[in-house]
Design a binder for this molecule. Structure first.
Ligand SMILES: Cc1ncc(C[n+]2csc(CCOP(=O)(O)OP(=O)(O)O)c2C)c(N)n1
Ligand SMILES: [Mg+2]
Length: 549
């Protein structure tokens, strides 16, 4: 009944680490059609489920065992919550007969996940499994999407009973009232410096196309929120850059200077608002969000629309465009600021001894420009957390919806698992994981999963021999006192080869394009170990300059 309910809802893959607590579920998966990806760590399996949810809008399913499995998978539940991604963590549980005795590996799932998941519950009755699963899918996908965690006691899973499947869930996407659009057009009509901020959950190819149409028809500049860079083709004359952790200062300034902000989909959270500092009281604010709890949570909008981005943008598109002549120069300036930001190469900091004489280490900005030029428009780029992501955010250009996979929670260990889930869903598309050396080793064991399931992704390990982000903060707060942020790394290409993937070190900037071509054409998963200059701690910022500051 559990597996049927997944199938009924179009969930065609599940990510797991097996456990004896849910053998009956595994057995029900034995004859298909749901594809089962067995992973080497539950954190990775959960991250794959998050990525599945983000790419499809259907809940990504992760199956794990009791205490040890559920606790290891918890990072994915947290990431799904912060990403508003539909996800279903199914946890094998001890039998009902022994529940509450602290039986072997027992975990009080609703108590542990109650504050992290959108809903956490435990099955009490086999006859009610269809009801429970249907409500789980409904909850995960409706309004503001998010994770649901269900504990499934072993004896509930092996019971025999007769009950019909629940019907397929139709996610409830709150919509738009005609009066909302009239008010939006009125606010735009009175604006001189409007700025759209797009992001959040619920995007689709159609929603992204509608955003492009309405923005370009009214010549509106569009900023995107942290790690939502794929909701508008970055080549559009409306695209003005991202309000991420290391946002373009000119764009941050533009948010302050705007007289009307139209937030389509994002939470107005810490990162998007530059630490709650960018929005100013004299601005008009329109906030569109599918979660009622996000509207007026901190900033009080002039117009609050409880709608998912899909119906909102479809309605906006069907209204006549507001002419954009009054702000054409403002939009052009926003675009020019963005183009200068992408194209400007930060000056190389001097770094004696960082590389062999006569060669220069890989320049990450240049490497990302190469990716931008060589990857097809539909290539998916996954990343995790670390300072290296600042180069990805800044120098890569996303062109199609559903091509950026990166945790809004800033969780390390996401890049490779997310890339693998993307490859399960899109076997013919190019998928590249960009991971820091710290980040990569949190889920590097999944290279074995990649090889086993023939998921031919390319992994770029940005090897700077440190937990760079923390080193940067450390040098700022405690200059010169390096503690716990240096890394002595394994031989990454050898590690890849040991797993059956291709591995190659790239120590010279000039060698990167050809190495990338080899990796893309390897016919198996491939890893490139990019030796970058550790002195270059962030785009345009050197460690020695940081210490001097
Ligand atoms: C799971 C997890 N643990 C710890 C952190 C804190 N943290 C943020 S970035 C970072 C260092 C990342 O290092 P690396 O992947 O090598 O990237 P770099 O900053 O060197 O480019 C750490 C430890 C985190 N974000 N997530
Ligand atoms: Mg590093």
């Amino acid at each position: 009944m559990v597996v049927d309910q997944l199938r009924v809802n179009g969930i065609d893959a599940a990510f797991c680490v097996p456990g004896e607590s849910f053998l009956a579920v595994l057995d029900a998966l034995h004859d298909g059609p749901t594809r089962v990806i067995a992973c080497r760590h539950e954190a990775a399996a959960a991250n794959m489920a998050v990525a599945y949810g983000k790419l499809t809008g259907r809940p990504g399913v992760c199956l794990v065992t009791r205490g040890p499995g559920a606790t290891q998978a918890s990072v994915g539940v947290h990431t799904a919550a912060q990403d508003s991604a539909p996800m279903l963590l199914l946890v094998g549980q001890v039998s009902r007969a022994v529940r509450g005795r602290e039986a072997f590996q027992e975990l009080d799932v609703p108590a542990v996940f109650g504050s992290m998941a959108k809903w956490a519950a435990e099955a009490a009755d086999p006859d009610r499994l269809p009801e429970l699963l249907a409500r789980a899918v409904q909850t995960a996908t409706s309004g503001r999407p998010g994770p649901v965690v269900l504990a499934l006691p072993e004896d509930v899973l092996t019971a025999t009973t007769r009950v019909g499947d629940a019907r397929p869930v139709r996610p409830v996407a709150p919509g738009v009232a005609p009066a909302d659009l009239a008010r939006l057009r009125e606010l735009l009509g009175g604006a001189r410096r409007p700025l759209v901020v797009a992001g959040g959950p619920g995007w689709s190819e159609a929603a992204a196309a509608n955003l492009k149409t309405v923005a370009e028809a009214s010549r509106l500049p569009v900023a995107v929120s942290f790690r939502s860079q794929d909701v508008l083709d970055n080549r559009s004359p409306s695209y003005a850059g991202d309000l991420g952790v290391s946002a373009n200062p000119a764009l941050a300034e533009r948010v302050r200077a705007a007289d009307l902000l139209v937030a389509v989909g994002p939470r107005l959270g810490a990162i998007t608002t530059g630490g709650y500092r960018l929005l100013v009281p004299r601005q008009r604010l329109v906030h569109v969000h599918p979660g009622l709890g996000e509207l007026g949570r901190l900033y009080q909008p002039d117009l609050a629309v409880n709608a998912a981005v899909g119906p909102f943008l479809a309605a906006w598109r069907s209204a006549p465009p507001v002419p954009g002549d009054a702000w054409a120069a403002w939009t052009q300036a926003a675009r020019d600021n963005y183009l200068a930001w992408v194209r400007s190469w930060p000056a190389r900091p001097a770094s004696p001894g960082a590389s062999a004489p006569g060669s220069s280490p890989v320049d990450l900005g240049q490497a990302l420009a190469t990716l931008r030029e060589r990857l097809p428009d539909d290539a998916i780029v996954a990343s995790g957390a670390g300072n290296y992501t600042a180069w990805v955010h800044r120098f890569f250009q996303f062109r199609r919806h559903g091509t950026q996979l990166a945790p809004k929670s800033g969780a390390m260990g996401f890049a490779l698992p997310a890339a693998l889930a993307a490859k399960v869903l899109h076997p013919r598309r190019t998928v590249v994981a960009v991971a820091g050396d710290g980040d990569f080793l949190m889920t590097a064991q999944e290279l074995a999963t990649a090889v086993q399931h023939r998921l031919d992704v390319v992994v770029l390990v940005v090897n700077n021999g440190m937990y760079g982000t923390i080193r940067m903060h450390q040098e700022r707060a405690y200059p010169g006192r390096v503690t716990a942020t240096e890394l002595q790394n394994p031989d990454f290409p050898a590690l890849a080869e040991a797993c059956g993937a291709a591995g190659e070190a790239v120590a010279d900037a000039e060698a990167f394009p050809a190495a990338l071509d080899r990796a893309l054409g390897a016919g198996r998963p491939a890893l490139l170990d990019l030796h970058v200059d550790p002195e270059w701690i962030a785009p345009g910022l050197s460690l020695s300059a940081l210490r001097r500051q």
